[in-house]
Design a protein. Structure first.
Length: 465
C-alpha cells in the first residue's frame, strides 16, 4: 500500500494570548504600509480542532467523514487526517488528495451516487471500497468495474427546509429501495448500509429523525434479502457557526435518541456522518480591501425631509474579492455575507445605506445589496467571518482576479492537542511496531512582524504523519 507521504503543513503558531483576529490585525497593519492591499484569509486550524472536540462530545456514536468538497485545502484535510476523521470524497481528485496525505482507504467513502466509470476503476485500484449508489445503472457500472465494492444505498430525504437541497438530485425513494436491493443481489454485489443527506444548511432537526427511521426500514429490507447491513451514514447538513437559528448541539440532541431507538448501540451498526460546513466555516476569516467607491446623491426632494447629512446619499463600495471568487457562496450556497469593520467606528459616526460589489466587470458581482456602513475610504478594510465553507473551494480567477492568500495559524496548545490525538488515535501499521510519530521542526520566522510582538509568528516547516 502507499506509504504515508511526508507533507508540508505550513502554518504559523499563535503566541500565547493571541487570537486569529490579532493575526488579521497584524496582516492588515503590515499590508497597509504598502500599496499591496490584496484580499486575504486567516484560517485558524485550532477552530477545526475545537469543532472536532464538539463533534465527539455531542455525537459520540458517530464517526465523522469530512466532506472534502466543502473546502479541500490541504491544511484542513491534513489537520482532520491527524485527528483521525474519515473522508467523504466525490471524485478521483478528492480521493487522490486524501490518499496523498497517507489516509488509509478504509477511512474513505466515495459518496457520489453517480460516478464516472473510469473513476470507479480508480477507486477500485486504490483500495477504496465504500461507495454510495441510488440507481440500477450505477449498480451495473459497479458490478463491471469494481470487484470489492461495499455499497451504501443513498435514500432521499425531505429536504424542503434545507438551505441547499440535495434530494432533488440524489437519493432513492423508499419505494424504489427494494427493487434496487434485489438487483444488487442478482448482480452479486455487497450492500452494507444506507446513507442520506438532509440537505446542506438543515433548518429542521426532525428531518434527521425521519431519515433515520426510513434508513431502518431499508436496513430491514436489506437484511431480509440476506445482506449484512452494518453501516449507517447520516450525511451532512450541520451548521458551521453558531449564527444559525438551529444549533449543532440541538441537532445532536435530536439525532442521538433517534439513533438509540432505531439503531441501538448493541446492534453492531457502525454509524458515520459526512459533515462539511460544520468543520470549516468558522475557521476562516476573509479580509477584503475597498478598491473603489461611488457616492450617489439622492434626489433633492427626498433629502428635504430627512435629517441633514445622514441619508442624503447612498454609497457603493467596490472590494477586491467577489462572487466569482470567495463570494461564489452567495450564488452556490445561498449565503448572506455581512462585513464587520476593521476600524471601529466612532460612537456618533453617521451610517449610510451602502452596497458592496466585487472587482469584476460583471453587474452580477454584488456581495451585499444593502447594509449600513460609515463613510469609508479607498484602502479601508472589511472583514467577513465564517468564510470557510463552499468559498475557496469553488472560486475562480475570472477577469484575472487572483484568489486571496490563506494564512494558516494554530495556537501551541491546539497543536499539541492535535499531535496527542494523532499519536493515540491512529493505529500503528500492522507490519511496523514503532508508534507513528509526528515530527515537527520549528524555525524562528525570519519574517518581520512590524506591528506587534515580534515573537508572535513562528513557522512550522515539516510535519510527517
Ligand atoms: C455536500 C455533501 C456533504 C456535506 O454537506 P454539509 O452540509 O456541508 O455538511 C456531505 N455528503 C454529501 C454526499 C454531500 O454531497
Amino acid at each position: 500500500m502507499n506509504p504515508a507521504t511526508p507533507t508540508d503543513l505550513d502554518f504559523s503558531f499563535l503566541e500565547e494570548g493571541f487570537s486569529a483576529r490579532d493575526i488579521v490585525d497584524q496582516k492588515i497593519n503590515e499590508s497597509s504600509l504598502t500599496d499591496d492591499r490584496d484580499a486575504f484569509y486567516v484560517c485558524d486550524l485550532g477552530d477545526v480542532l475545537k469543532k472536532h472536540l464538539r463533534w465527539v462530545r455531542a455525537l459520540p456514536r458517530v464517526t465523522p467523514f469530512y466532506a472534502v468538497k466543502c473546502n479541500d485545502s490541504q491544511a484542513v484535510v491534513m489537520t482532520l487526517a491527524s485527528l483521525g476523521t474519515g473522508f467523504d470524497c466525490a471524485s478521483k481528485m478528492e480521493i487522490q488528495l486524501v490518499q496523498s496525505l497517507g489516509v488509509d482507504p478504509s477511512r474513505i467513502i466515495y459518496a457520489n451516487p453517480c460516478k464516472q466509470v473510469s473513476q470507479i476503476k480508480y477507486a477500485s485500484s486504490h483500495g477504496v471500497q465504500m461507495m454510495t449508489f441510488d440507481s440500477e445503472v450505477e449498480l451495473m457500472k459497479v458490478a463491471r468495474c469494481h470487484d470489492n465494492a461495499k455499497l451504501v444505498l443513498r435514500i432521499a430525504t425531505d429536504d424542503s427546509k434545507a438551505v441547499c437541497r440535495l434530494s432533488v438530485k440524489f437519493g432513492a425513494t423508499l419505494k424504489a429501495c427494494r427493487g434496487l436491493l434485489e438487483r444488487a443481489k442478482e448482480l452479486g454485489l455487497d450492500v452494507i448500509g444506507v446513507s442520506f443527506h438532509v440537505g446542506s444548511g438543515c433548518t429542521d432537526a426532525e428531518t434527521y429523525t425521519k431519515a433515520i427511521a426510513d434508513a431502518r426500514c431499508v436496513f430491514d429490507m436489506g437484511e431480509e434479502l440476506g445482506f449484512e447491513m452494518d453501516l449507517l451514514d447520516i450525511g451532512g447538513g450541520f451548521p458551521g457557526s453558531d449564527d444559525t437559528e438551529l444549533k449543532f448541539e440541538e441537532i445532536a440532541a435530536v439525532i442521538n435518541p433517534a439513533l438509540d431507538k432505531y439503531f441501538p448501540a448493541d446492534a453492531g451498526v457502525r454509524i458515520i456522518a459526512e459533515p462539511g460546513r460544520f468543520y470549516v466555516a468558522s475557521a476562516y476569516t476573509l479580509v477584503v480591501n475597498i478598491i473603489a467607491k461611488k457616492v450617489i446623491m439622492d434626489d433633492e426632494s427626498a433629502s428635504d425631509e430627512e435629517d441633514e447629512g445622514t441619508s442624503d446619499r447612498t454609497l457603493m463600495y467596490y472590494v477586491n474579492d467577489g462572487v466569482y471568487g470567495s463570494f461564489n457562496c452567495i450564488f452556490y450556497d445561498h449565503a448572506h455575507c455581512l462585513p464587520t469593520l476593521h476600524k471601529k467606528p466612532k460612537p456618533d459616526e453617521a451610517l449610510y445605506p451602502c452596497s458592496i460589489w466585487g472587482p469584476t466587470c460583471d453587474g452580477l458581482d454584488r456581495i451585499v445589496e444593502q447594509c449600513s456602513l460609515p463613510d469609508l475610504q479607498v484602502g479601508d478594510w472589511l472583514v467577513f467571518d465564517n468564510m470557510g465553507a463552499y468559498t475557496v473551494a469553488a472560486s475562480s480567477t475570472f477577469n484575472g482576479f487572483q484568489r486571496p492568500d490563506i494564512h494558516y495559524v494554530m495556537s501551541r496548545p491546539a497543536w499539541l492537542h492535535v499531535q496527542q490525538i494523532c499519536s493515540q488515535g491512529l493505529p500503528a501499521p500492522a507490519e511496523d511496531s514503532s508508534p507513528r510519530s509526528v515530527l515537527i521542526r520549528l524555525h524562528e520566522s525570519t519574517q518581520h512582524v512590524r506591528s506587534r510582538n515580534t515573537a508572535c509568528l513562528q513557522k512550522v516547516l515539516k510535519i510527517n504523519i
